[in-house]
Design a protein around this ligand. Structure first.
Ligand SMILES: NC(=O)c1ccc[n+]([C@@H]2O[C@H](COP(=O)([O-])OP(=O)(O)OC[C@H]3O[C@@H](n4cnc5c(N)ncnc54)[C@H](OP(=O)(O)O)[C@@H]3O)[C@@H](O)[C@H]2O)c1
Length: 230
């Protein structure tokens, strides 16, 4: 039987690399994105013939979506994990810059939406397809109670959550399950060295949680599969 196929975006490091490594070890075929050659992914590609690497820049989300659709081709796609993201620190209202806001929204919000749109025909050919948008508890509007120098990241994840929620309702009819996942605080370049979770533990838990998530759920969970408030 042909192996199931997964697309993972932002696979060069952090959670994306951990998800890609686990999925390959579990026998999936993975199409993974990177921006430039990454030694870890190159080593994985030497070990696993089922890894396809493509170079995409999500600051140009429409072009990235087209490249991904081309890489998937006519094959069924079982799982799309929109993981790539950027975070700007130390923002204040006075320092906000429209170019930077657009860049963060292009990568964190518009790319996941356009990639999902471009890959929907391929997802429609799989038997139990899923779109997983790696979001964040930073996107929970009601959870923001003190200022910590983040505007754009929080806004981009709140917008991603809304896209996920509406997409989930629309695509239910077509049998495509859409989930937003808060991956936990992870020891990555984004999460920093003090974080509580290794990206590998987060990846393992997320892949388990999405496997067993019920159709009746609200569609926003943490890495342990617990329901999150939008
Ligand atoms: N770390 C945490 O504690 C934490 C908490 C909550 C949510 N999250 C979410 O979890 C996901 C993974 O985070 P992480 O901690 O693994 O992040 P990370 O270590 O900073 O890795 C980010 C990944 O996204 C890629 N990327 C960034 N900008 C890109 C662009 N313009 N075009 C293409 N790829 C781009 C990076 O590629 P390059 O190597 O080319 O830059 C890298 O592969 C993100 O969605 C993040 O928001 C993380």
């Amino acid at each position: 039987m042909a192996s199931k196929t997964v697309v993972v975006t932002g696979a060069s490091r952090g959670l994306g690399l951990a998800l890609t490594t686990r999925l390959l070890a579990d026998g999936f075929a993975v199409i993974a994105t990177r921006r430039s050659p990454s030694p870890e992914l190159t080593a994985l590609a030497e070990k696993y013939a089922k890894l396809t690497l493509i170079e995409v820049e999500f600051e140009r989300p429409a072009e990235a979506a087209r490249l991904l659709a081309k890489a998937v081709g006519d094959s069924p796609l079982d799982l799309l994990i929109n993981n790539a993201a950027i975070l700007l620190k130390d923002e204040s209202l006075g320092s906000l810059d429209i170019g930077n806001i657009r860049k963060v929204f292009d990568v964190n919000t518009f790319a996941p939406v356009l990639v999902s749109q471009a890959l929907l025909p391929a997802l429609g050919k799989a038997s139990n397809p899923k779109i997983v948008n790696i979001s964040s508890d930073s996107g929970i509007i009601g959870g923001v109670r003190s200022f910590n120098g983040l505007y754009t990241y929080k806004a981009s994840k709140a917008a991603l959550n809304m896209f996920s929620r509406v997409m989930r309702l629309e695509l239910k009819e077509r049998g495509v399950d859409v989930l937003a996942v808060h991956p936990g605080w992870m020891r990555t370049d984004m999460g920093g060295a003090d974080a509580t979770l290794s990206p590998d533990d987060a990846a393992k838990a997320i892949l388990e949680a999405i496997k067993t998530y019920p159709d009746s759920g609200g569609g926003f969970i943490n890495w342990q599969g617990e329901e999150m408030e939008w």
